[in-house]
Structures are given as structure tokens and as C-alpha cells.
Design a protein around this ligand. Structure first.
Ligand code: GLN
Length: 485
């Protein structure tokens, strides 16, 4: 087994025993990147020299007996998270040359734990999308099937982990952007509860929905990253002051006494037959492991796409107002007047999808329309939250598909944004309600495409989700399958 094939857990064990150094592991990942990156386009920026320096430092720390919990582990980071001294583009021409002066809190936490940041990953521009095809610096490829989307918006993060270029990654999830690419690329991804993880240094898309979370090859690795990144941060007023349970040590608990709800509305028309079969098989596994299965209803699910696609663009139109050619990034130098400079900067700096969102959001917030759109959407959002509250009175975890279909061909639907928005129907509600959600590999289609299983839980129930996911992973035993690159 090559070092780059190891899980975080395995690599840490080898480094602890002295069988592998952080430099050897990092070099192995860089060699893997050299071998496959051309095929998969997971990275916008690869920080070879920085990574090797961090690895040397990690080896020194370990020798000195000061190894952090991720000492020497090479990870990638979505290019929406600020990294001090390392270009952070958000997948946009607008920020093509932006070098942040500081680290996002989560990046700082990874570094303090000894992790090696190997590079910044491809993503949909400003995290708006479900395929990563709107990235201004290259589109990631699904490592399981050439010509297929990796999902989005954290597509590059998912691909970097699935293609074995690094051992784990951080992404962001506003409406599914961690869970969906994790599902389409056959890895584990977690969107934590709103407020569980600091967003200081995460470029804002929709502030009432955004969360940072891990993408890894196993549930155990995911718990390790959650242990490091979770917790209150005084730099983020939306982070919650609440104890963080030890995620890693709660994995091995069994499922006796656990009730798993199957939300009826997530299994309706449009659901692919193979996806359905894989979810049904996973339900059987959980049953065998001791969980009770109940039928539940989330009656307002049908409104989540409309609600999300009003609220998220509204917040985006406000958050993206800062890109005016004055404070940040790209500036059009040909304009003669100030107003013209604003117009040209934003016309040339933003891509089509970002402009579409700004238009929708500005419209929904404008006087005369605010009550009909933004306010109404906010009211229905409360109904969606109430659905979950009721469901969690009778069950602990909800099981469902992550997306109605497996990965689709690149270029399909790019002319039809509504079709893409509809594919988000099973992930958006968790963000609207602020609850945690995960995607765990569930199986493969006859075509060899991976399909994830979604687990959702009540607020701050990450522990329960991870425990359920761990049991499912053990029961399915799929970890030997790797994409042939
Ligand atoms: N696909 C959704 C959107 O385009 C979610 C994106 C995300 O979670 N960042 O808005």
C-alpha cells in the first residue's frame, strides 16, 4: 500500500510507530497529484513548498513529543476558506489574485493540530452550484467515471480525497455542497449543525445557511476532523458556546435503542431506482445492527427548493456587494467614471451563475416584492424547521438519499439552471433548519458510480450521526473500492 492510500487513522498510527514520516507521506501525496491531477482537476492552487515545510515541522514536533492530533496529515481546503499567504480565489475571476492576510479559524485549528495544508480546491464560483462547472479555474472530474460531474460546490475537495491526492479536506455546505459531492464521489462528508463550527475566514455566500465541514474517506477520519474544527469562536458571533462531545470515542457505540426515520417525501417520483435500492439496503443494515425503523413525514419538503432559492440568493446579493473593484480583487481599469467602474468590474469579474443569483436576490429583497418573496420564504422556512422538530420527536436519525440520481454527465443541464436547482431537493432542508447532515457511501450503480446515503439528525446531534454512519460503514464494508485512475 502506498502512503497516499492510507486513511488519516492509518497514517497517524504509522507515523506514531515511526514507520512513516510526515515528509514521506506528503511527498507521496504530491507524487499522486503529479500522476492524476491532470485527469481530475481537483486543485486551483497546489502549495508544494509550503506543504513540505509544514511536513518537516510536523516531523520535528513529533520527535519533540509535541505531536498534535493531526500531526503530519496532508489535507486540502476548499478555495473559499482564507489561508494566510496562500491565494484564495473562491473559484472566481473576481478574486483571481487575492492573497488573504490571515487564516480562517478552521484552517488555523488544522494547522495547530499539525495538519499539512497541501492546496486549495476547485469549486463552483462563490460556492453557487451543484456540479463545480462554474469554477473559473478548471472543472473537477468525477474520479469514478470520465466525463461525469464531481458534484458541487465542494467538488474539488471531494475529488482530491476520492482520487487519493490527500487524506481529507474541508468544504462548505450552504445547501448540500459537502454532502452532495461526497455522495457523487463515494466518500464521507458532514455538514455540522449551524453554529457548531466557526465560519471566521469562510467567504460568505448565504450567512444564515453556510457551514464548514469535513470530507474524508472514512467515518472515523471525519470524526477526527470534527474533533479538531468544532467549537465556539469569539471571532464568529454565530458560533455556539456549547461543549463539544468527543466525536471519535463515541463511534463504537452500538445502535440498540436508536430509532431511524424514513421520510416519505424523500422517496417520491424522480428518484432513481438504483439509488432507491441502495438506500433500502442501508436501512436493512441498520436494522440488523439493532436500530428500529419508522416511517415519518416532512410535509413541507416540496417547498424547500423555492424557499432556498429565494433566501440564499437574497443573502448572496447582499454579501457579494463588497466586490466593487475598490476593496477586493479584480478592478476594471478601462472605465471612465466611478459608476462605470463598478458596473464593468462586476460584469467582467462575476460569472453567469453568480450574476443570476445576485439578480434573483436583489429582486426578492426590493421594496414591493420583499413581503411576497423574502418574507414569505422565511415563514415557510419555519414550517420546514417545525417538520424536523416533529420528526425528531419520534426518531433520532433520518435516512434518505442525498441526491435523486447518481452523478450525471458534464455539460448536461448547464443550460437549464432550474433542473440543477431541483437536484438539490434532498439536501437544502437541513441548511434551512440548521440541522446536521452527512453523506456516507452506500453502494454503486451498475455503471460503477457511487451513491451516498444521507443521515440527518437534530441540532447538535453530530455524535448520533457519526455513530450511525460508522455502523453503516462497517455493515456495508465498501472501503476496498477505489476509483481506477
Ligand atoms: N447547490 C446549492 C446552490 O447552488 C448549494 C450550494 C452550497 O451548498 N454551497 O446554492
Amino acid at each position: 500500500m502506498k502512503p497516499y492510500e492510507l486513511t488519516i487513522t492509518q497514517a497517524l498510527a504509522k507515523m506514531k510507530q515511526g514507520d512513516l514520516s510526515a515528509v514521506e507521506l506528503t511527498e507521496s501525496c504530491l507524487e499522486r497529484i503529479d500522476a492524476v491531477e491532470k485527469e481530475v482537476t481537483a486543485f486551483i492552487t497546489i502549495d508544494r513548498d509550503g506543504a513540505l515545510l509544514q511536513a518537516e515541522n510536523a516531523d520535528r514536533q513529533r520527535k519533540a513529543g509535541r505531536a498534535g492530533t493531526l500531526c503530519g496529515v496532508p489535507l486540502s481546503v476548499k478555495d473559499l476558506l482564507c489561508t494566510a499567504g496562500l491565494r484564495t480565489t473562491c473559484g472566481s475571476k473576481m478574486l483571481a489574485n487575492f492573497i488573504p492576510p490571515y487564516d480562517a479559524t478552521v484552517v488555523e485549528k488544522l494547522k495547530s493540530a499539525g495538519a499539512v495544508i497541501i492546496g486549495k480546491t476547485t469549486m463552483d464560483e462563490f460556492a453557487m452550484g451543484s456540479t463545480s462547472e462554474s469554477c473559473a479555474f478548471g472543472v473537477p472530474e468525477n474520479p469514478w467515471k470520465k466525463g461525469y460531474v464531481a458534484g458541487g460546490s465542494s467538488g474539488g475537495s471531494a475529488v482530491s480525497v476520492a482520487a487519493l491526492e490527500c487524506l481529507g479536506s474541508l468544504g462548505s455546505d450552504t445547501g448540500g455542497s459537502i454532502r452532495q459531492p461526497a455522495s457523487l464521489c463515494g466518500i464521507v462528508g458532514m455538514k455540522p449543525t449551524y453554529g457548531r463550527v466557526s465560519r471566521y475566514g469562510l467567504t460568505a455566500f448565504a450567512s444564515s445557511l453556510d457551514q464548514v465541514g469535513p470530507l474524508c474517506r472514512t467515518v472515523e477520519d471525519c470524526a477526527r476532523l470534527m474533533d479538531v474544527i468544532s467549537g465556539y469562536d469569539q471571532m464568529d458571533s454565530t458560533s455556539v458556546q456549547r461543549d463539544v462531545p468527543p466525536y471519535l470515542s463515541s463511534l463504537a457505540d452500538g445502535l440498540e435503542g436508536l430509532t431511524v426515520g424514513v421520510p416519505r417525501e424523500y422517496f417520491t417520483e424522480g428518484l432513481d431506482g438504483e439509488v432507491k435500492r441502495i438506500i433500502d439496503d442501508s436501512i436493512e443494515v441498520l436494522k440488523k445492527k439493532g436500530a428500529a425503523i419508522v416511517d415519518v413525514s416532512l410535509p413541507h419538503t416540496q417547498y424547500c427548493v423555492a424557499v432556498y432559492y429565494l433566501i440564499a440568493p437574497s443573502e448572496a446579493s447582499s454579501n457579494l456587494a463588497r466586490y466593487d473593484g475598490v476593496l477586493y480583487g479584480y478592478r476594471d481599469m478601462e472605465a471612465d467614471t466611478l459608476v462605470d467602474m463598478y458596473k464593468q468590474t462586476r460584469s467582467k469579474g462575476f460569472g453567469a451563475e453568480v450574476k443570476r443569483r445576485i439578480l434573483i436576490g436583489t429582486y426578492a429583497l426590493s421594496s414591493g416584492y420583499y413581503d411576497a418573496y423574502y418574507k414569505k420564504a422565511s415563514q415557510v422556512r419555519t414550517l420546514i424547521l417545525d417538520d424536523f422538530k416533529k420528526a425528531f420527536e419520534v426518531c433520532d436519525v433520518l435516512i434518505s438519499p442525498v441526491t435523486p440520481t447518481p452523478a450525471w454527465k458534464k455539460g448536461e443541464n448547464t443550460e437549464d439552471p432550474l433542473a440543477i436547482y431541483m437536484s438539490d431537493i434532498l439536501t437544502l432542508s437541513a441548511n434551512l433548519a440548521g440541522i446536521p447532515g452527512m453523506s456516507v457511501p452506500g453502494g454503486f450503480t451498475a455503471d460503477g458510480l457511487p451513491v451516498g446515503v444521507q443521515l440527518q439528525g437534530g441540532h447538535f446531534q453530530e455524535e448520533t450521526l457519526l455513530k450511525t454512519a460508522f455502523n453503516l460503514e462497517q455493515g456495508l464494508a465498501l472501503e476496498h473500492r477505489k476509483p481506477a485512475l
